[in-house]
Ligand binder design. Structure first.
Ligand code: 2AL
Length: 245
């Protein structure tokens, strides 16, 4: 099967890392296609970034449908454009926050999300609520690291993330950590080794869940809300987004 992992930001170094982390957990015979959109922000850490990441992301889903992709992962912790992507895709589409929170709810009694900047805490809380996961979500915490600091080996990101995860376990009473950014995917094993609790990276979680859904022949339902959008005109810079059927 072919799974397309879309990093909705345009930082290629981060996309390469995300692709490598997905390949490390994919089953033999699964091809991972990791891409960034042709247009969008370099990192996603505000509602503005998130909104502007979605058109490029949807272009990648539309291209994936022409390429015969079996399933998709949206590799940004805000799960931008998730429901719109499902409307376009025949196969399953999972967001990494959605995948990570669901798995976290199955391996502990409550989880803490450890994310990048404090300003993204609201979106993670909103998603936990939207997914019915707020019952399990003890807290959402930030390291106050910009997303692109995760790509800089001199930023001290690894140590700051480990320290925040440790505080989460001590202060929140949680027993599972969810890493709140796709750029943290390569740190998962280290953080788990140091802390001795389950640590969930959404990229690995979503990749394996999409594989399972494809193997179970479960595709996105086209019966109601997630049916293909109705054809209509889109104007200005969005002209190219018109769907034919
Ligand atoms: C993210 C993420 O996963 N990728 C990105 O650019 N921003 N999320 C976050 N909470 O910072």
């Amino acid at each position: 099967m072919r799974i397309k992992i879309i990093n909705p930001n345009t930082t290629q170094r981060m996309t390469d890392k995300i692709g490598a982390c997905a390949r490390a957990v994919a089953r033999p015979g699964t091809e991972i296609v990791a891409v960034s959109p042709a247009m969008g922000p370099a990192s996603i850490e505000s509602h503005y970034d998130e909104a502007l990441a979605v058109p490029g992301l949807l272009q990648e889903i539309a291209a994936g449908e022409r390429q015969g992709i079996d399933g998709y992962v949206i590799a940004c912790f805000g799960d931008p454009g998730l429901l719109a992507a499902r409307e376009l895709a025949a196969g399953p589409v999972l967001g990494i926050a959605e995948a990570a929170m669901h798995l976290a709810s199955m391996v502990g009694s409550s989880f803490s999300v450890v994310t990048t900047l404090g300003r993204t805490i609201g979106q993670a809380r909103h998603l936990a609520q939207a997914y019915g996961m707020d019952r399990f979500c003890a807290n959402v915490r930030a390291c106050e690291l910009p997303v692109l600091a995760l790509e800089d080996p001199r930023s001290g990101a690894r140590e700051r993330i480990v320290a925040e995860c440790r505080r989460a376990l001590e202060e929140d009473g949680s027993d599972v950590i969810v890493l709140g950014c796709a750029g943290m995917a390569d740190l998962c094993e280290h953080v788990a080794d140091v802390l001795g609790v389950p640590v969930i990276d959404g990229v690995a979680a979503a990749t394996q869940l999409v594989e399972s859904l494809v193997n179970l022949r479960l595709r996105t339902s086209k019966r109601g809300e997630l049916a293909r959008p109705l054809p209509k005109a889109y104007t200005g810079a969005l002209q190219g987004f018109a769907l034919d059927r």
